[in-house]
Design a protein around this ligand. Structure first.
Ligand SMILES: *Cc1c(COP(=O)(O)O)cnc(C)c1O
Length: 599
């Protein structure tokens, strides 16, 4: 569990406190103990506290003194760090001080009970004679013995590399962590870059556990022969992605090659029609025409850092193949794309694009996407020196996590852009289409734990939910293993995949990624099925109302709007995953058929 709070403790320079405040810590602590190297001093300007709850840390101070300081600096919590007696705490408590009582972990837990009556939080710290800031850790296993109701924080030598173990502290009273000496340039002077990296990593590891499960979905269900390849990736990806240099290269490619940030466009006509404030996140304006390149750029860079020179990928409609071939061209890597021969015929233009970009296409006999996946995996087992670049939030752990993280740039930008345009960082509704689920995962990512944002996923109903020509994986799906993870998929009584159908190639997938299965099961996201008919009409509507021809995948999201019962001034963000040029044949054929019916 890692929704825990962060307390940054032991600052003393006003400028430093100001700059650390910008990271929005939940608590900021200053130390009023003169023998500490982090002592704030006898007098300091009160306005240095800008954000976060203010905590004063006291060691062996008198009640009178503590109360004076609390009043003078408008301090909200008194952290009692010495050997203060229970009577001392009771007295402070009676004076309305919200107490954080420090317990050094060599103490018997039975003594804590008395303190819990008067403390708002307990803070567990390593035993040392300096009263905190020792930089040493204690064994967190001991915490499992804690059985009182008062919530607690963990302290003592916590640094960046502890993020993963923090995630694995499963205790219902675990409230937060206290950061201090591991983030210092010198005592009392905190390193903002280092703290920023900590926050970044904490966010990064947020929604998936270390075995790759989202609730009960996910995991690594693969043939034994793939294990070394997956392990290599799993052992290295967090470290590489967090590297400063990696982030720098990624950001500059996203900016100058992909064309990010993509605009957040206010749709006046749609807003009038549906009586709400409707924004489109314009992922269609990315290089190569869809969100897919956010992920291929990230993974290809990751592969390069792993020392790989050859990328393999599979593609159905060709969109992921093109995005992969594109980044391989610019990063000077070999690219092999597996594609079913049925798809090769249907998607001739994308095949030509991939070839022009220098990729090798390997046709898979009598097949479509799922056959191409099997062939690519077989090739990977035989060629472990290559990197398998998966195109959606599917596959064995850590792929869903990697892909959702690279796509999370979408919601990161939405937050900033909404703040500029609406003065609020989050919308009332967020809508995205779901094939495997990567554009939706990216659009939802930073809003997942904000329950006031209603997340809506548009699934492809094809010819209708009651027909057998559909790709509605939540409606028709059941639990099973698909492409290496436990998720919801469309399968028959023998566990064989039922061939999906949708007019939109990108949504024509027999399952959804594990994160989406979890969002569906826990009701965090609502899944709504949209038929071919509804999607095509919505595509035409967006075209003539707003001058934007959407990919048919994205048109499924537009078709959600009339189903939402929107109220005036509700803010809706719709992730426009791709542009419609690739779908012109489908749009036109569909309308011709429609008119023939009329006649
Ligand atoms: C591939 C694709 C999708 C579906 O894939 P997700 O992984 O679910 O995002 C949606 N829209 C467009 C434009 C696509 O190319």
């Amino acid at each position: 569990m890692i929704t825990n709070k962060v307390k940054i403790c032991g600052m003393k320079h006003p400028q430093n406190i100001n700059s650390i405040s910008l990271l929005n810590p939940d608590f900021i602590g200053v130390i009023f103990y003169p023998y500490s190297p982090r002592f704030i001093g006898i007098s300091f300007p009160i306005e240095i506290f800008t954000t976060g709850k203010k905590v004063g840390v006291f060691v062996k101070n008198s009640i009178e003194n503590i109360l004076k300081k609390i009043q003078k600096y408008a301090i909200e919590f008194g952290q009692i760090h010495g050997d203060e007696s229970i009577e001392f705490c009771e007295e402070l408590y009676k004076n309305n001080v919200s107490i954080i009582k420090v317990i050094r972990v060599n103490e018997a837990f039975s003594v804590i009970q008395k303190y819990t009556n008067y403390s708002l939080y307990i803070l567990f710290d390593t035993h040392c004679k300096e009263f905190g800031g020792s930089g040493r850790k204690f064994s967190w296993e001991k915490i499992s013995e804690y059985a009182f109701d008062t919530k607690f924080l963990l302290s003592g030598g916590i640094g960046i590399k502890d993020v993963e173990s923090i995630k694995n502290v499963f205790h219902t009273k675990f409230f937060g962590i206290d950061l201090n000496s591991k983030f210092e340039i010198e005592p009392g002077n905190k390193n903002r870059d280092e703290l920023k990296r900590f926050y970044h990593k904490k966010k990064f590891m947020k929604f998936v556990d270390t075995k790759g499960f989202y609730g009960e979905f996910g995991g690594t269900f693969i043939p034994e022969m793939l294990w070394p390849n997956i392990k290599e990736l799993e052992n290295n990806y967090p470290k590489i992605i967090m590297e400063k240099k990696f982030q720098y290269t990624l950001q500059s490619l996203l900016k100058d090659f992909v064309g990010r940030p993509t605009p957040l466009f206010y749709c006046e006509e749609l807003s009038k029609k549906y009586e709400a404030k409707i924004y489109l996140k314009r992922e269609d304006l990315n290089h190569t025409g869809a969100h897919k390149i956010n992920n291929t750029v990230g993974q290809a860079l990751l592969a390069k850092k792993l020392g790989k020179k050859k990328i393999i990928a599979e593609t159905g409609a060709g969109q992921h193949g093109v995005a992969t071939a594109t980044v391989c061209a610019i990063l000077n890597m070999d690219c092999i794309v597996f594609m079913g021969d049925t798809d090769i015929q249907r998607q001739a233009i994308n095949v030509d694009r991939m070839k022009m970009l220098g990729a090798t296409i390997i046709p898979v006999k009598t097949g479509t996407l799922k056959d191409a996946v099997n062939e690519a995996l077989r090739y990977w087992i035989d060629n472990p020196e290559s990197y398998y670049l998966i195109g959606s939030v599917v596959g064995p752990h850590p792929y869903p996590h990697i892909v959702s993280f690279f796509q999370s740039i979408i919601s990161e930008e939405i937050q900033q852009q909404l703040k500029e345009k609406e003065g609020c960082e989050y919308p009332d509704y967020l809508i995205a289409s779901v094939g495997g689920g990567s554009n939706a995962a990216g659009a939802f990512y930073h809003f997942l734990d904000n329950l006031s944002v209603k997340l809506i996923a548009a699934e492809a109903a094809g010819l209708g939910l009651k027909t057998n020509k559909t790709a509605s994986s939540t409606f028709h799906g059941s639990k099973g293993v698909l492409h290496g993870s436990l998720t919801l998929l469309m399968q028959d009584e023998y566990g064989q995949i039922i061939e999906p159908y949708s007019i939109s190639a990108g949504l024509d997938y027999p399952g959804i990624g594990p994160m989406h299965s979890h969002l569906f099961y826990t009701n965090r996201a609502q899944f709504i099925s949209i038929t071919d008919d509804e999607a095509i009409q919505a595509g035409y509507e967006l075209s003539f109302l707003q001058g934007i021809i959407p990919a048919i995948e994205s048109a499924h999201s537009i078709a959600i709007l009339p189903k939402l019962n929107l109220k005036n001034n509700e803010v809706v963000v719709l992730n426009l995953s791709g542009r419609g040029e690739k779908d012109m044949d489908s749009y036109i054929n569909y309308m011709n058929l429609y008119h023939e019916h009329d006649r």
